[in-house]
Design a protein around this ligand. Structure first.
Ligand code: NDP
Length: 234
């Protein structure tokens, strides 16, 4: 049976690979985008997750055209890297506002219908950096670590209603986000990864789709690393 899926930030990068994985499996997939032309094959809704009004409008449109969201993948995220002493209030709050508060917003809205339906799947896209820390990314790491506490709290809160909440923590993935790194940075990162390479977005998508599948019905509150071994033990 095809389900109603929403992937935030599903217009490119990891989000697009996740959206494609669900669509290929026969689900109806909505994606959010902020500007430009969204990719074809999905219900594309314009939505900046930092704006509560746009989030509400996006859900209304999805509910009307595709039905209430049964699987939510909160993937949208940003970086604004800077060493602590140079990190402005705006650098910090804007990253937390998107990655953590924005996720709170879309999850809260999705949970309404899931609670009514007494079923649902929520997957949050965190990062290995949230667990390991990363010099120059205190804002980003804090927001991604925050998703773990957020997700695990919801796993406890929503579990009795047959709603699972899991976190995927990717390592370094070949997308626009990491293409800004210099060759030198890439090389030094790759040296620390046991599998000695970056991930492809599809490799993250596979684990997300698994967590939303029937086979994963008894998995909740988990943090699944998909990081080539980079964060082992954390
Ligand atoms: P990209 O930079 O390629 O894409 C980011 C996505 O998030 C875009 O779709 C973007 O939309 C969307 N987005 C950003 N801000 C907002 C916002 N305010 N409202 C709505 N959408 C927004 O990143 P990746 O695909 O690499 O990353 C996807 C997720 O995976 C992020 O949460 C990231 O932190 C996480 N991640 C990435 C890793 C990597 O190595 N690439 C590693 C670990 C985690 P738009 O096109 O409109 O800008």
């Amino acid at each position: 049976m095809s389900r109603s899926v929403l992937v935030t930030g599903g217009n490119r990068g990891i989000g697009l690979a996740i959206a494609r994985a669900f669509a290929d499996a026969g689900d109806n997939v909505a994606i959010t985008y902020r500007s430009g032309e969204p990719p074809a094959g999905f219900l594309a809704v314009k939505c900046d997750i930092t704006d509560p009004e746009q989030v509400e409008q996006a859900y209304k449109e999805i509910e009307e055209k595709q039905g209430a969201v049964e699987v939510l993948v909160a993937n949208a995220g940003v970086t604004r890297d800077q060493l602590l002493l140079r990190m402005s209030e705006e650098d910090f709050t804007s990253v937390v506002e998107t990655n953590l508060t924005g996720t709170f917003r879309v999850v809260k809205r999705a949970s309404k219908a899931m609670l009514r339906a007494r079923k649902g799947r929520i997957v949050l896209i965190s990062s290995v950096v949230g667990l390991l820390g990363s010099a120059g990314q205190a804002n980003y790491a804090a927001s991604k670590a925050g998703l773990v506490g957020f997700g695990r709290s919801l796993a406890r809160e929503l579990g009795s209603r047959n709603i699972t909440v899991n976190v995927v923590a990717p390592g370094f993935v070949d997308t626009d986000m990491t293409r800004v790194l210099s060759d030198e940075q890439r090389e030094s990162i790759t040296k620390q990864i046991p599998l000695a390479r970056y991930a492809q977005p599809e490799e993250i998508a596979a684990s997300v789709r698994f967590l939303a599948s029937d086979e994963a019905a008894y998995i909740t509150g988990a943090v699944i690393p998909v990081d080539g071994g980079l964060g082992m033990g954390h």
